[in-house]
Design a protein around this ligand. Structure first.
Ligand code: HEM
Ligand code: HEM
Length: 209
């Protein structure tokens, strides 16, 4: 038995996930954590990746629905409250985004599903990377296009760098375009998951649950 699997065995587990005493025999630190995680939980994304995935998914879906509704809504207190809530939720995603990317860079992804061709795996990976880049564009343009700042959950004033003008208008255009692209990518992504789950029946959903 190698050093890693011995460390995994020694660690306490919760739903198959190691929580404590990682790397007692020298394999301490983040790398040890992700290796033990992968060792004990093959076939599923780790709990941190799943937390990021579903937090972003829920908030992106919510922000898209309210974002499109807001642009059709008349100005007034309801519009302003929803808009401030949207910007506040977007701000939380701005903080979480580098953590999610950082985790993606150090974590070990579960092995590919056996019945998925190399071409399909590559396509899925490309779509995932494009989703990340698009989320970045949505968040950056959303933040930079707001003139003069906004209140975060009504508590703290967040300052933004630009006054209202042609630049903020252009950034709004970038926000609109990147939001539309993100909606398209998410539809494609969910269609692929449904196809794998219901037609190929390879239980892809379990990897992210
Ligand atoms: C805004 C919505 C969503 C976004 C932005 C999104 C994004 C992603 C990304 C980037 C990955 C790659 C793994 C990672 O880096 O985290 C992924 C994997 C996955 N997502 Fe989503 N997702 C969304 C919604 C959904 C929904 C609604 C479902 C379920 C129907 C779903 C099911 C999955 C599954 C099963 C995987 C694992 C696929 C694999 O093993 O290759 N996602 N998603
Ligand atoms: C992933 C996060 C986000 C998503 C999915 C999202 C989505 C959207 C959508 C779909 C629209 C409507 C676009 C259109 O009319 O074509 C919109 C508008 C808007 N977004 Fe975002 N957005 C996000 C992040 C942000 C952030 C971080 C900010 C600023 C801090 C922001 C500020 C705004 C503003 C000010 C509008 C104009 C509508 C309003 O008055 O609220 N968004 N957003």
């Amino acid at each position: 038995m190698n050093r890693m699997s011995r460390a995994a065995r020694q660690s306490s587990t919760h739903e198959g996930e190691p929580l404590t005493e990682i790397g007692q025999d020298g394999q301490s630190g983040l790398r040890g954590l992700v290796q033990v995680q992968a060792e004990t939980d093959r076939g599923r994304y780790d709990s941190v990746a799943r937390f990021f995935h579903w937090t972003f998914a829920a908030w992106i879906i919510y922000a898209s629905i309210t974002g499109y509704s807001l642009t059709r809504m008349a100005d007034g207190p309801v519009h302003d409250s929803l808009s401030q809530l949207n910007m506040s939720i977007g701000t939380v995603l701005i903080v979480l985004f580098p953590l999610r990317v950082g985790w993606k860079l150090v974590r070990i992804a579960p092995p590919a599903l056996p019945d998925v061709s190399v071409e399909q795996q590559l396509l899925a990976r490309i779509v995932h990377v494009v989703i990340y880049v698009t989320i970045f564009a949505v968040l950056a343009s959303g933040f930079l296009m707001v003139p003069n700042g906004y209140p975060l959950f009504g508590l703290v004033e967040i300052h933004t760098p630009f006054q209202k003008g042609p630049l903020t208008d252009e950034l709004f255009a970038v926000h609109r375009a990147s939001c539309a692209l993100l909606v398209g990518l998410v539809i494609l992504h969910v269609a692929a998951v449904i196809k794998h789950q219901l037609i190929s029946r390879n239980d892809v959903l379990r990897r992210m649950l």
